[in-house]
Design a protein around this ligand. Structure first.
Ligand code: URA
Length: 236
């Protein structure tokens, strides 16, 4: 791979900026200073640029605690996106695995690995997704059964069985808190499921997706790389 592409893939800058900088200051490849941006670099080479070792990674994986108010997209002319929240030097091909609504918080994976995205999002795979939810209204045991039997939404959509665990109810506030586990990911799915039993979602946060749980140390808007154990749990 060309040196300028290698560095650009690793988030060091645009190809045109890098061409100029490489011609001027060079990069060290396996101990030799190279000033040719087209120099052919092997991904296993030892590359030092601007004093930093730049190892080539095909894929990167970030866990983000999505805050409310940002959209689940790679880029947008008008609105801040979840990829904008990755502030370190980053690859240009990042995207979120799936979508959370603008007002939903919680676990979102950001990557450039399309195969993993397909595996986690494919409707065939029925990956468990757990959400914490606060709704208007009082949830009861019969709602648990309705969710377990598979709700039919007002538009006729038949949902797969879902697990509802009621955490608390407040008669004073007329609200309930619960955790819901769903195995599909249709548009506004959780909100529509609660709406079909007459409850409105006031707050929604994704807690886990398959084997991956949101790190409680991450405040909304914060992110980190997946750990080695998390990567293994995803079969990476
Ligand atoms: N279900 C919803 O209704 N919204 C989300 O953001 C995620 C699941």
């Amino acid at each position: 791979m060309r040196l300028d592409k290698y560095l650009s893939d690793m988030g060091a800058g645009t190809r045109s900026e890098l061409k100029k900088e490489i011609r001027k200051s060079g990069a060290s490849i396996d101990g030799k200073i190279i000033k040719d941006p087209g120099f052919s670099v092997d991904p296993s080479s030892h590359v030092v640029f601007r004093g930093n070792i730049i190892a080539y990674e095909d894929f990167v994986y970030y866990m983000l605690n999505k805050p409310a108010g940002v959209i689940s997209a790679s880029e947008d002319d008008r609105e801040p996106t979840v990829v904008d929240l990755i502030t370190e030097q980053k690859r240009k091909d990042l995207f979120p695995i799936g979508r959370l609504d603008r007002d939903t918080e919680g676990l979102l994976l950001i990557t450039n690995d399309g195969t993993l995205a397909h595996r986690l999002l494919s409707p065939k795979h029925h990956i468990d997704k757990v959400y914490y939810v606060k709704v208007s209204g009082i949830l009861t045991g019969s709602d648990i059964e309705l969710f377990r039997d598979g709700l039919v939404l007002t538009d006729g959509l038949e949902c797969l069985p879902a697990d509802l665990e009621i955490l608390s109810v407040s008669d004073d506030e007329y609200t309930s808190e619960a955790e819901i586990t769903i195995r599909e990911g249709k548009f506004h799915q959780v909100k529509r499921m609660f709406s079909s039993i007459g409850a409105e979602v006031i707050y929604l946060k994704r807690l886990s997706m398959g084997p991956l749980a949101l790190d409680p140390e991450l405040a909304p808007g914060e992110y980190r790389r997946l750990t080695a154990d998390e990567m293994v749990s995803l079969g990476l």
